[in-house]
Design a protein around this ligand. Structure first.
Ligand SMILES: C[S@@+](CC[C@H](N)C(=O)[O-])C[C@H]1O[C@@H](n2cnc3c(N)ncnc32)[C@H](O)[C@@H]1O
Length: 324
C-alpha cells in the first residue's frame, strides 16, 4: 500500500542510500526546494507566467468584481511567487495571508507583492496544520498544492475549518485515473530509484533536448534515413521548450504527487458543510509547446478520450460554506 511512510522510505533510500528516516521536516524542506527552483525558472518564462496569472484570474473564473472588496483571504501554498495573493490584492482584497512551507518564500514574493504593502501577510505555515483560527477567512484558495502534501484530505479539512460560514473555497489539484497517471507514476518511480535518470531530469533544459534531437537526426541521416528532416530544428525547439521542461520537473521532482477522485472531493467538502459546488472549466490555453496537442483534453475533461488519458482531469472546484 502507498503510504506517506513508504514514500519517505523510498525517497530517503534514493537520497541517503538508506530506506528509512526521512522525517516530516526533511520532506517539507525537499518539497519546498523543488518548487522554489521551479518557481525561479517560471519567473524567467513568459508563457508559464501568463498561464499562472490566467489560472487565478477570478473574474474569468466567474466571480463578480465587487466580490473582493473588504474581504480577508488566505492563499495556502503560495509558492515563491504568490500568484493568487497578487490577483486578489489587485482586485481589491482588504487583506491576504499567503503561506508556504519555509523562508524561501521571502526571496521573491515580497518584491511581487510590494505594491500592496500593509494589505498582505507572508508567513511560513503548513496547510496540514494551519496557524489560523476557525472561520477566519472570507475566501480560501489553494492552487496546485494539496497533491504534494502527502495528505490531501487533511489539507481540505484544515482549509474548510478556517473558511467563514458563508465564505468560499477554491481548490485545484490533480484528479485520479487515466493513462497519464500510470505513466507519471512509473516515471516518478524511475526518478526515485535510478540515480542516472534522476541526474538527467535534475539537469534537464531545452538545449539538452534539442541536442538529443540533433544527435538522432544525424544518426538517421548517416543511415540514409532523411525523415528526420520532416521536423526542423526550429520546430523541435518550439515543441520542446523551457516551459515544457519546467512542467516535466514539476511532475517528476516533487516528492509526492497524489491523485484525488472528483466525487470523493465533493463528498468530503459536503461532509464539511460546503454546498454550491462549481467545477471550473479552466481557460483554453494555447500552449507554446507540444502540450498544445493536449490542450483540448484539459478544458473538455468529460470527453471519453480525455478520460482515458487524464481520468478525472485537473480538479478546480469552488464551493461555499453553509451559513450557520
Ligand atoms: C505547484 S506549487 C504552487 C504554488 C502556487 N500555489 C502557484 O500557483 O504558483 C506547490 C506549492 O505547495 C507548497 N506546499 C507543499 N506542501 C505544502 C504544505 N504542507 N503546506 C504549505 N505549502 C505546501 C510547495 O512548497 C509549493 O510552493
Amino acid at each position: 500500500m502507498k503510504t506517506i511512510e513508504n514514500t519517505f522510505a523510498l525517497l530517503s533510500k534514493a537520497i541517503y542510500g538508506v530506506s528509512t528516516k526521512m522525517t516530516t521536516d526533511e520532506f517539507k524542506v525537499r518539497t519546498r526546494n523543488v518548487f522554489h527552483e521551479i518557481h525561479k525558472g517560471q519567473i524567467e518564462n513568459s508563457t508559464q507566467m501568463k498561464r499562472k496569472a490566467a489560472e487565478v484570474d477570478f473574474l474569468k473564473i466567474g466571480f463578480s468584481d465587487n466580490f473582493f472588496n473588504d474581504k480577508v483571504y488566505l492563499e495556502a501554498g503560495c509558492g515563491s511567487l504568490a500568484p493568487m495573493g497578487q490577483s486578489l490584492l489587485k482586485l481589491g482584497a482588504k487583506k491576504v495571508y499567503c503561506i508556504d512551507l519555509d523562508e524561501s518564500i521571502f526571496e521573491i514574493a515580497p518584491k511581487l507583492l510590494a505594491p500592496y504593502q500593509g494589505r498582505y501577510e507572508l508567513q511560513v505555515g503548513d496547510v496540514l496544520d494551519l496557524p489560523f483560527d476557525d472561520d477566519m477567512f472570507d475566501f480560501v484558495g489553494c492552487a496546485g498544492v494539496l497533491h504534494s502534501t502527502g495528505n490531501t484530505f487533511e489539507g481540505v479539512k484544515q482549509l474548510a475549518r478556517v473558511t467563514k460560514p458563508g465564505g468560499a473555497i477554491y481548490l485545484s489539484m490533480l484528479g485520479q485515473g487515466g493513462l497519464m497517471e500510470e505513466f507519471m507514476n512509473s516515471v516518478r518511480n524511475r526518478y526515485i530509484n535510478d540515480p542516472e535518470f534522476r541526474n538527467l531530469i535534475d539537469n534537464l533544459d531545452s538545449k539538452k533536448l534539442l541536442d538529443g534531437f540533433c544527435w538522432l537526426k544525424e544518426k538517421m541521416e548517416s543511415n540514409d534515413d532523411k525523415s528526420g528532416d520532416l521536423v526542423s530544428e526550429s520546430l523541435f525547439a518550439e515543441l520542446f521548450d523551457q516551459d515544457l521542461v519546467l512542467t516535466i520537473k514539476d511532475r517528476i521532482q516533487a516528492p509526492v504527487y497524489d491523485y484525488t477522485r472528483y466525487d470523493d472531493l465533493i463528498e468530503l467538502l459536503a461532509s464539511l458543510g460546503f454546498t454550491n459546488f462549481q467545477r471550473v472549466r479552466g481557460e483554453y490555453f494555447e500552449f507554446p509547446n507540444i502540450r498544445r496537442y493536449l490542450a483540448p483534453l484539459y478544458s473538455d475533461f468529460e470527453h471519453p478520450f480525455s478520460q482515458i488519458l487524464g481520468g478525472d482531469g485537473m480538479l478546480k472546484v469552488i464551493a461555499v460554506k453553509k451559513a450557520e
